[in-house]
Design a protein. Structure first.
Length: 758
C-alpha cells in the first residue's frame, strides 16, 4: 500500500495536520457526498464513535453509518508518512453500527455492535476486504443480564495483560473478559457498577433503597414494638418487608422483596417460577401502590400495573396455619378471574370480577375487602374471603361511585368534563385511597375531584356520602384547593390519595399535590378543617404548598426531616407513630408518637417521646430509575385536574416524543426539556424548580433543582425504556413556587420489537 504524505503542519500548535475520511481539512460530508470507499467515512453523532491506536501506531476507527470498522497503517504524526487510505476493512458477520474499537498488544482487534448487542474479535493479520476471518463473538446472550450477555455495548478498552473491558451501556455496567494473548473467552469474569454479573439496575437497587414509594403499611397484628413494616417500592416493582420496624429505622436490609427474585432486581413482572407467563405470576409485581394488612397479618397489595390485588398470607409467620404462609409468593388474586397469569384492565369487560389500575386496598373490622378501582372510577367491596379463599370470593358484592351499588358495568368519571356526569355525593373520579374506621364508615380519596368522601355505616343499600373534606362541604365542587389562585388552607385538598384512620378515629390524608399530610380530629362535624399539617416546615403551615419547603437549619434546599414531596400514602400504628411514603423524595419517613392538639392556629405538639416536633427517624433513599411499564390507563399516584402552564415559565419542547425507534428492553438516548424563567418583569423573579418526576417507562436522568432569575434557564433530561411494543404515555411533572404548579410536559413513545437473527 502506497503511503501518502500528509501536510507539513506546525509542530506543537492547536491546528490539525491530517484529515482521514475527507479530502481536506474543510470538508465534512458523509462518504464525501458519494459512496463508501477506502478513503471515506460516515460517522453518526448519536452513536459513541470509537477510535484507537495499537502498539505499532496503527489507527482504528468505527465507521458507524457504513457498518464497518477500518484500520489505517501507521505511524502518524509530525514528519511521518500519514496514511488516509484504509488498509483493513472489518465488516460483515452481521456487524451493524459499530461504536467502540480496541486492539491488544498482539494485534487482535475488537469492535462493538450496539444494534446487535455484541462485541466482535478479529485475529490479525486480516486480508483487505475479507469478512470471514471473525475469530470470536461475545453476546448477545440468551438471558439478560448475565455473565455472557450484552445490551447496547459501546466503549471498549484493553489493559496491560490484554484483558478486554466492555461498557455494557443498557445494562448499566462495565464487564471484564480475561482474554490474554489468545482471545476465546465469551463469559465475563467481573462486572463493575453492579453487585454481580446477573444484575443491571441503574444506580443499583439494593436492600434498603426506594424509588418513588407509593404505599406503606404496618402489621398491627404483630407484637409491639416489633411490628412488621411493608413499603411499596413502586418504580422498582417490588414491596419491601421488614420483620421489625426498628430494623427499618436503623437502615437495616429488608427481609423480603415481594415481586422480585432477590433484593437487587427491579423489573416489572420479573417472576421466575415455573408457571409464570413472561414473568407474570404470583411472584411478580408491576407498579405496586397502596397496601393493607388484616387482623391475621395477611398482606394485601394493589398491583396497579397488573390490574389486580394480591394477597400474601402472613409473610413473616410460616406457622400461622394460613395457606402458603411464610413467603413472598401471593396466595390469592382479585381482578383477574382468579388467574395469576393475566394482567388485562377489565378482562372481558368491566364487571364484578375485574379491576383497572387499582390504587389502594383496605379492610373493615369484619374482614370485608375494599379496593379503590381507580381506572374504573369506583370502589369495590368484596365480602370476607374463606380460608382458604375460592374463586367466588373474588366476586364483588357492592360498587361505590357509580349509578347503583349493584352496577358493575358503569365506569364513568364523575368530574363533569365532556359527557361525564358532574361530581355529586356518590359519583367519583379516579379514587386513589380508601380506609374504614372502627364503626365501619367508609372514607374514599376522590383524587381527581380533590376531595375525601365519607360514606357512613351501615353501607348496605346506599352509596351516598354524608360528608366531604376538601371542598367546604360542597358535594358539587371539585377544584384543587377550592380554586384558590395562590395558597391552600386547612380546609382544602389537591389530589389526595392515601388515607388512614388511627385508633383514636382521627383521619390522616396524603395531600399529594400540596406536598403535605393532613390530620383531621375525630369526631368530624360540619367544619372539615384539618387540625394538623406535616411536610410544610417544622411547626406546620396550612397556607403553603410545594415540594421540600422545609425550614430547619439542617435542611438542604428545603429537603430534611420537616419536608415532603408528593407523599402518596400514610399509615399509623397503635402508638400513633406515623409512616409516610414520601414518593418524589424516594424515601419513607417515620414520625414517632405524633398527636395533634387543635388550637386557633393548629401546630404539631410534642410527641410521645418528648421531641418538640415531628421528626423523621428514618430517611432512606436510592436514585435508581427502573424500566418498568405499568398499564398506561392511569398513574399509580393520581394527579389533580390539570392546571394551565405558568405564564412565567417557558418550556421547550412542550411535549417529548420518543417515537417508535427505541428497542424493547433497552434505554433510549436522553431527550432534553429546557425550562426558562420567561418573565417580562424588570425586577428579579425567582422560580424554584424543586423536583422533576416521570413515571416508568419514562425516567428523569438529570435534574434541574435551582432558582431561576428572569431570562435564565435549566435543563431536564428524560429517557424512555419500553418493555413491550404498546404505545406508552406519561408526564414530566415540574413543581415551582409560582401559581399554576405543578407543570406537566406530555411524554410518549412506542417500543420497537427487536429483530431476531435468522
Amino acid at each position: 500500500m502506497t503511503k501518502v504524505s500528509g501536510p507539513p503542519g506546525n509542530f506543537g500548535d492547536a491546528t490539525a495536520d491530517v484529515a482521514i475520511g475527507q479530502p481536506n481539512l474543510v470538508s465534512g460530508a458523509c462518504n464525501q457526498g458519494g459512496g463508501a470507499t477506502l478513503t471515506t467515512l460516515c460517522m453518526a453523532p448519536f452513536f459513541g464513535v470509537g477510535i484507537a491506536v495499537d502498539g505499532g501506531d496503527n489507527l482504528y476507527v468505527a465507521d458507524t453509518q457504513n457498518d464497518r470498522a477500518l484500520e489505517y497503517n501507521g505511524p502518524f504524526g509530525y514528519k511521518q508518512t500519514n496514511n488516509p487510505t484504509a488498509d483493513l476493512v472489518f465488516e460483515g458477520n452481521n456487524l451493524a453500527h459499530p461504536s467502540g474499537v480496541a486492539a491488544d498488544s498482539n494485534g487482535n482487534f475488537y469492535v462493538s455492535s450496539e444494534t446487535h448487542n455484541q462485541v466482535y474479535e478479529y485475529t490479525q493479520p486480516v486480508p483487505l476486504d475479507t469478512a470471514d476471518l471473525l475469530n470470536l463473538m461475545i453476546g448477545p446472550g440468551a438471558q439478560n443480564p448475565n455473565a455472557a450477555s450484552l445490551q447496547s455495548p459501546m466503549g471498549l478498552a484493553i489493559d496491560a495483560v490484554n484483558d478486554l473491558y466492555v461498557a455494557d451501556q443498557a445494562n448499566n455496567r462495565v464487564l471484564e473478559f480475561n482474554e490474554g494473548s489468545s482471545p476465546g473467552n465469551k463469559v465475563a469474569n467481573g462486572a463493575g457498577g453492579q453487585i454481580d454479573r446477573s444484575h443491571n439496575a441503574p444506580n443499583y437497587v439494593d436492600a434498603i433503597g426506594e424509588d418513588a414509594p407509593g404505599g406503606i403499611a404496618v402489621d398491627a397484628s404483630s407484637d409491639p414494638p416489633h411490628r412488621h413494616l411493608y413499603v411499596a417500592d413502586s418504580t422498582n416493582n417490588r414491596v419491601l418487608g421488614w420483620n421489625d420496624v426498628s430494623s427499618y429505622v436503623s437502615a437495616q436490609p429488608a427481609g423480603i422483596a415481594f415481586g422480585q427474585p432477590d433484593l437487587f432486581s427491579y423489573k416489572c413482572n420479573n417472576g421466575v417460577a415455573g408457571g409464570d407467563v413472561a414473568g407474570l405470576g404470583p411472584d411478580s409485581l408491576c407498579g405496586p401502590a397502596r397496601m393493607a394488612v388484616d387482623q391475621k397479618g395477611n398482606l394485601y397489595v394493589a398491583d396497579s400495573g397488573n390490574n389486580r390485588v394480591l394477597v400474601y398470607n402472613t409473610p413473616f409467620n410460616a406457622a400461622s396455619g394460613e395457606p402458603g404462609a411464610g413467603d413472598g409468593v401471593a396466595d390469592f388474586v382479585y381482578g383477574q378471574g382468579g388467574a395469576f397469569t393475566t394482567r388485562n384492565c377489565n378482562l372481558d369487560g368491566a364487571s364484578a370480577t375485574t379491576l383497572c389500575n387499582p390504587a389502594a386496598v383496605a379492610l373493615d373490622g369484619a374482614g370485608n375487602i375494599y379496593i379503590a378501582d381507580a381506572g374504573n372510577n369506583r370502589v369495590l367491596e368484596f365480602a370476607k374471603a374463606g380460608n382458604p379463599p375460592v374463586a367466588s370470593d373474588a366476586l364483588a358484592n357492592r360498587s361505590y361511585g357509580q349509578g347503583a351499588v349493584s352496577d358493575f358495568s358503569d365506569t364513568l368519571c364523575a368530574d363533569g368534563v365532556g359527557q361525564d356526569p358532574p361530581p355529586s355525593n356518590h359519583g367519583m373520579c379516579n379514587p386513589g385511597g380508601v380506609a374504614l374506621d372502627q364503626s365501619g364508615n367508609l372514607f374514599i380519596a376522590d383524587s381527581s375531584n380533590n376531595r375525601v368522601m365519607e360514606i357512613d355505616a351501615p353501607l348496605a343499600g346506599t352509596q351516598d356520602a354524608t360528608r366531604v373534606f376538601g371542598q367546604a362541604g360542597n358535594f358539587t365542587a371539585s377544584r384543587c384547593n377550592q380554586g384558590a389562585s395562590s395558597a391552600p388552607g386547612a380546609s382544602t385538598l389537591c389530589a389526595p390519595a392515601g388515607l388512614m384512620l388511627d385508633v383514636l378515629g382521627n383521619l390522616w390524608v396524603a395531600d399529594v399535590s400540596n406536598d403535605r399530610v393532613l390530620e383531621y380530629d375525630a369526631p368530624f362535624g360540619s367544619d372539615t378543617a384539618a387540625a394538623m399539617v406535616i411536610g410544610q416546615g417544622d411547626g406546620g403551615n396550612f397556607t403553603t404548598s410545594g415540594c421540600n419547603r422545609g425550614i430547619a437549619p439542617g435542611d438542604l434546599n428545603g429537603l430534611g426531616a420537616d419536608s415532603l414531596c408528593s407523599p402518596a400514602a400514610v399509615a399509623v400504628d397503635s402508638n400513633i407513630d406515623l409512616y409516610v411514603a414520601d414518593t418524589s423524595n424516594n424515601r419513607s419517613l417515620v414520625y414517632d408518637g405524633i398527636i395533634a392538639t387543635p388550637t386557633a392556629t393548629p401546630t404539631p405538639t410534642a410527641s410521645a417521646t418528648g421531641t418538640p416536633s415531628p421528626t423523621a427517624t428514618a430517611t432512606i433513599t436510592v436514585s435508581a430509575t427502573a424500566t418498568a411499564t405499568p398499564t398506561p390507563s392511569a398513574t399509580p399516584t393520581p394527579s389533580a385536574t390539570p392546571t394551565p402552564v405558568d405564564p412565567e415559565l417557558a418550556f421547550s419542547p412542550k411535549s417529548v416524543k420518543f417515537g417508535k425507534s427505541t428497542i424493547v428492553n433497552s434505554v433510549s438516548k436522553p431527550k432534553t426539556v429546557t425550562i426558562k424563567n420567561d418573565s417580562s418583569k424588570k425586577s428579579k423573579i425567582t422560580v424554584i424548580i424543586t423536583r422533576e418526576s416521570a413515571a416508568a417507562p419514562f425516567a428523569v436522568t438529570s435534574q434541574c433543582i435551582t432558582s431561576l432569575a428572569p431570562g435564565k434557564s435549566c435543563k431536564v433530561s428524560v429517557t424512555f425504556s419500553p418493555t413491550d411494543t404498546t404505545a406508552q404515555s406519561g408526564e414530566l411533572i415540574i413543581n415551582d413556587d409560582e401559581t399554576g404548579e405543578p407543570q406537566k410536559i406530555p411524554l410518549s413513545g412506542t417500543g420497537k420489537a427487536r429483530k431476531v437473527k435468522k
